[in-house]
Design a protein around this ligand. Structure first.
Ligand code: ZN
Length: 262
């Protein structure tokens, strides 16, 4: 064997294998029932409104705020398209939905109370299933918020005196990367349970990698691994489900297209 440590590609590959083994579901509905029990319900918190208002205020000072697209019609249509996933996990009243006018495909869950999509992601989507998959991925993050907070804290402390032996910088990035793959697995199994095509979001991950070949972050898994996980956790038959396009989705696409031509 060659000398030297294992590369981060090896570690990511191992993480993908571990995630596939842990999430592979012959019966996706059974897994979804477990997650419905496990996942937190922020809207049940008596301080929910205050908490959400605080997070929104913070969001106003992020780099995204200047791109806010305040279009009630587009926002309402996105809400309608993604509702089946939110309903499945009792999240219909949990998220403030924000749309930003930005060409990069972005979906983000902030603190389980803000859900953000970019026009770049909406414009690229070819089916409801694709947006449902990205939504499920973001909802999945709420299952792992404790682990995410620990890893982020380790990264913040890195290089300071407070940096303890709890987690090295490398371990923290490995953990965040594994969480991303777990959210992909969560989304794929969720879509399979809903009778939707779990591979639809994989298509957009691949498109993203083609368009942004130099985009790399130490906490994001390579696209090939994401696709491998998505394909690896669902029953083979699920891949053959035809992706759906609802009336709301078609209307949304037409509005986005009209905006671009203006
Ligand atoms: Zn994610």
């Amino acid at each position: 064997m060659a000398a030297g440590g294992r590369s981060s590609a090896d570690t990511a590959g191992d993480a993908a294998q571990a995630v596939i083994a842990a999430y592979r579901a012959d019966n996706p509905s059974t897994r979804v029932k477990e997650w419905q029990r496990e996942i937190t319900h922020p809207s049940g918190n008596p301080k929910f409104k205050e908490f959400q208002a605080e997070r929104l205020k913070e969001w106003e000072s992020t780099e995204f705020a200047k791109y806010r697209l305040d279009d009630p019609q587009i926002t309402a249509l996105v809400a309608e398209v993604i509702r089946p996933v939110l309903r499945l996990y009792g999240r219909e009243d949990s998220f403030k939905l924000l749309i930003i006018d930005h060409p990069a495909p972005i979906a983000m869950n902030d603190s389980a109370v803000i859900l953000m999509f970019s026009t770049g992601m909406l414009e690229r989507a070819m089916s409801d299933d694709e947006l449902l998959g990205h939504t499920a991925h973001e909802v999945g993050h709420d299952l792992f918020w404790r682990r995410t907070a620990q890893a982020r804290q380790a990264l913040e402390l890195h290089g300071t005196e407070a940096a303890g032996a709890a987690m090295t910088e490398r371990q923290a990035y490995d953990e965040l990367l594994k969480i991303e793959l777990e959210c992909d697995a969560f989304a794929a199994v969720t879509l399979a349970a809903m009778g939707r095509n779990p591979l639809a979001p994989a298509r957009s991950h691949e498109a993203f990698a083609r368009e942004y070949p130099d985009y790399a972050r130490p906490d994001l898994p390579p696209v090939a691994l994401r696709v491998k996980v998505i394909e690896g956790v669902v029953p083979a038959a699920a891949a053959h489900t035809a992706p759906q396009t609802s009336e709301a989705f078609t209307k949304l696409k037409a509005l986005l297209e009209a905006r671009k031509r203006r």
